[in-house]
Design a protein. Structure first.
Lengths: 266, 280, 329
């Protein structure tokens, strides 16, 4: 892709997201309730750990402040994905209902178009929450802020790719909405706990099937203790899994275009 | 028709409705591929969650250097959490949402002219939904907990008395959810209340951190709040029975049930009156 | 000099649908050893369309219409055969082709529901990478012609169906497509709105030589817009000629519905068969070869208290049955 194409897609993404948000703001009350509701929701989740760390102040080097940083980073990555790529979460449903046809009639990349077609408004609440609590995650330095912003991007990319891959399984399996949903929530589950407790087979799972290690564990560790090697690893994984996700989606799209899907609507 | 006969006929009517519903669902859904993959999917999530709890509390206990904290071993904690999550997980779909829909689309208003109590009907439907889900949750949960932390001692007494708390807990959950749904008579969207209630259950319902592990001052507060009296009370007592605790929880439960039963009846009547006055 | 914009040769499309038995065992069986059923949706179609033509593409539901159109727009790829649209192979060059074609699907709107049409238009201008100045000129032109100045800033959800359709069609025209695929463009509209939209489509075709591929169940759309009609059934083309000939040879009756304010005692008109009658409503099937609609209407107006009149074509199934019958004889 040429440089100007990339630039075009970026500015179009911005335009589309703006229009999504404007559209949602037509319902003022709902809009603000979703945003503030989510902030309250996230605070509630964090409060559980306030209680937990009263009983267990440190677990293998992990303290409450680390959980705050963890929450901040994971909600930020999640917010980025759901604001700019909320449509990725609906791929399975759109396959089942034949709604991908709509995107096929436009002269733009279908995965991109489908992904940016929806903005999850409550994720704006996650975004704000992330920023607020970041300032409670210990010493704040310019470099820490810089590292945080740097780590959020590969984290969001891997999360996005995971969603695309699991949702795209519907091209082959048929109705996989619930399946993808369950996998996503299993993945998200890992992102709330002190990362120092995971070991053994479960940790292996976090490297592979449910890549929470690369979405939360490693990025948080890198913000606390930056190492070029680990960062290179994170970026490599991010690029690799993104390429994989794109390949899987378009392979599935070929199948969709053959019209042979179980539930194709003619 | 006298009171007794009236309630009997209502009961038979509801029973036949629920049985019919169950038959239809059984034929179409329970034997379907979608149900099978759904069970596998949510089963997988359950196993992961219990596994995470096991690792979390094993390591945390190790770090604190204790094997028993407030009478709870790691195994008891994990079994307790598994039970809470299994009990709670059986209550989907959300009753508040269902009530909210019925308020909004007028079904509730129409139910006044029917020869049965709307609230009772919803309660029976609630019970009907819980039972299959509860069994599948418990089946998977018990196997997973057994494999991961080994067995925990259950006495017949603890299970039977715990069951009482569980049944009352379900009743309490139903009442609170109904109240939230009924608020739809006055508020456009009850989502905020639903979220607050869910968070309350997560924090003070011992779903992730058992209340027994709370700092002492917070434990007392939590035990008196309704959230802990839904599923935590039952789980806690099944796993580690204490008669004095049982009596305490039972009293607190009954108190909250009384309060919310009165509140829900009041809101229901007021809401209906609102509808008939304003035309809905 | 007219050149071909759509060229289709021996087009085939076969679907292999997985057969799934119901129930748990059925699901397992089909995952391990899948059974497929072959469905032939498009069975050897050949046709070509010249620039500037308005073609009606009709047939019963399930006849293969949407499958054929999806192959022309690149949404589905064919099993066998050649398609060439504006020099592109739609399956392979879908994105490139998309810059030059437009589509309006009556049932699937393109405009954002909660926002004014202008927001969607501006967005489309960016998606289709239109030069800003050219876009503004184009927009002004279309707004004036379609008379939607007052609608531009109103949220789409507040527009009437007719207004919405006009705005939808404008959306599909912003990027000056050379071919437009219109699917049920007047569905649900009243007779005046229908007329208006038809005039606009005709105007566009005349002024800009836009090729129009129209699918509609509304005979009025077809008669007033399309000079040429293609009838498709069971994936095959069974008629491809001028709409005039279709009318003359196959549409030989009309159904006239009269709604009256005083009940009709006796209805007697040569060539008119009563097919439905209730107190204030009567449906007559008129054999148009033996008598004309005008005469029937005059008869009706003279003798009865007419409140409303509806005129229908014979259902598609009948026309197609007639085509088959005539072919055999």
């Amino acid at each position: 892709m040429s440089q100007s194409t990339v630039a075009k897609y970026f500015s179009l993404t911005w335009e589309m997201t703006k229009i999504n948000i404007l559209s949602a703001m037509e319902y003022r009350f709902s809009f603000w309730m979703l945003v503030f509701g989510m902030i309250v929701n996230d605070i509630g989740l964090l409060f559980i750990w306030v209680i937990f760390f009263q009983r267990f102040p440190e677990i293998n080097g992990w303290q409450f402040q680390d959980t705050v940083l963890l929450f901040s980073l994971s909600t930020m990555a999640f917010a980025l994905v759901m604001v700019f790529g909320g449509g990725a979460f609906e791929i399975s449903r759109k396959i089942r209902q034949g709604e991908l046809d709509y995107y096929l009639s436009f002269p733009k990349n279908i995965l991109w178009h489908c992904s940016i077609s929806k903005t999850d408004i409550s994720a704006i609440g996650d975004f704000l929450f992330s920023i607020i609590i970041f300032f409670f995650s210990g010493d704040i330095s310019l470099s820490k802020i810089g590292l945080f912003l740097l780590m959020v991007l590969p984290s969001a990319a891997i999360l996005f790719s995971f969603i695309v891959i699991t949702q795209s399984l519907a091209f082959w399996v048929g109705d996989f909405e619930d399946g993808a949903y369950n996998l996503f929530h299993a993945l998200l589950g890992f992102s709330l706990y002190p990362q120092s407790v995971f070991h053994g087979l479960l940790k292996l799972l976090m490297f592979t099937l449910l890549p929470a290690f690369f979405i939360v564990t490693l990025p948080v560790e890198l913000v606390k203790n930056f190492s070029l090697l680990n960062f290179a690893l994170l970026v490599t994984v991010a690029i690799g899994i993104t390429i994989l996700a794109v390949k899987i989606f378009f392979a599935g799209l070929k199948k969709y275009e053959s019209g042979n899907l179980i539930n194709v609507k003619s | 028709m006298n009171q007794e006969k009236q309630y009997l006929s209502v009961f038979h009517y509801l029973k036949s409705k629920i049985l019919k519903y169950f038959e239809i669902v059984k034929v179409h859904y329970f034997s379907s591929w979608a149900y099978f993959t759904n069970v596998i999917g949510s089963g997988f999530t359950v196993v992961i969650r219990i596994w995470i709890f096991t690792q979390l509390y094993t390591i945390s206990y190790q770090a604190s250097g204790a094997t028993i904290i407030n009478g709870q071993s790691v195994a008891m904690v994990v079994w307790g959490l598994m039970l809470v999550q299994s009990f709670h997980g059986a209550t989907r779909p959300n009753v508040s949402r269902l009530i909210e829909d019925d308020v909004k689309n007028g079904t509730l208003a129409y139910s006044i002219s029917r020869p049965y109590s709307y609230i009772l009907f919803q309660l029976f439907a609630f019970i009907g939904r819980i039972i299959p889900k509860l069994f599948s949750n418990l089946l998977i949960g018990i196997i997973a907990a057994f494999i991961l932390v080994g067995p925990v001692f259950f006495s017949v007494k603890s299970i039977l008395l715990g069951l009482i708390l569980l049944i009352l807990g379900y009743l309490l959950d139903f009442l609170i959810s109904m109240i939230i749904g009924l608020v739809a008579f006055w508020i456009e969207d009850v989502s905020a209340l639903v979220w607050i209630y869910q968070k309350g259950q997560m924090i003070f319902g011992g779903a992730i951190v058992p209340i027994a592990l709370f700092p002492d001052y917070l434990q007392n507060v939590a035990n008196y709040l309704p959230f802990s009296q839904l599923y935590y009370g039952a789980a806690r007592l099944m796993v580690n029975f204490e008669m004095s605790l049982f009596k305490q929880f039972l009293l607190i439960q009954l108190a909250w049930i009384l309060i919310f039963a009165l509140l829900s009846t009041y809101l229901f009547k007021k809401g209906i009156k609102n509808v008939s006055v304003n035309g809905g | 000099m007219s050149h071909k914009v759509i060229e289709i040769q021996n087009l085939h499309k076969e679907f292999s649908l997985k057969q799934k038995d119901s129930g748990l065992w059925g699901g397992l069986k089909s995952a391990l050893k899948p059974k497929f059923k072959k469905i032939k949706a498009v069975d050897d179609i050949s046709l070509s369309v010249n620039e500037g033509e308005i073609v009606a593409f009709i047939g019963p539901n399930g006849a293969g219409k949407s499958t054929a159109i999806k192959m022309m727009t690149g949404i589905l790829y064919p099993s066998k055969g050649l398609i060439n649209v504006l020099g592109f192979n739609p399956g392979a060059d879908r994105q490139k082709l998309a810059y030059h074609i437009g589509s309006v699907f009556g049932q699937k709107p393109q405009l954002w529901y909660h926002l004014p049409p202008l927001d969607t238009y501006n967005l489309f201008a960016r998606i289709y990478e239109l030069d800003q100045k050219a876009y503004q000129e184009r927009l002004n032109f279309l707004v004036e012609k379609f008379q939607i100045q007052d609608l531009l800033k109103t949220p789409v959800r507040k527009l009437s169906l007719g207004q919405r359709m006009r705005c939808e069609i404008v959306a599909s025209l912003l990027h000056k497509p050379k071919i437009i695929f219109l699917d049920e463009p007047t569905i649900g509209l009243d007779i005046i709105a229908k007329q208006h939209i038809r005039e606009l489509i005709k105007y566009l075709n005349e002024k800009e030589n836009v090729t129009i591929f129209l699918t509609s169940h509304d005979a009025g759309d077809i008669e007033s817009l399309a000079k040429r009609t293609i009838v498709i059934n069971f994936g095959k083309v069974i008629f491809d000629d001028s709409t005039e000939i279709l009318k003359k040879n196959y549409i030989k009756s009309k159904i006239i519905e009269l709604i009256v304010s005083k009940p009709i005692e006796n209805f007697d008109f040569p060539g008119g068969k009563i097919i439905e009658k209730s107190k204030y409503n009567i449906k007559i099937e008129l054999d148009t070869t033996s008598n004309s609609i005008d005469k029937l209407l005059s008869y009706a107006m003279e003798n009865f208290a007419i409140k409303d009149i509806n005129i229908f074509d014979p259902p598609m199934e009948e026309i197609i049955a007639d085509i088959y019958r005539q072919k055999q004889s």
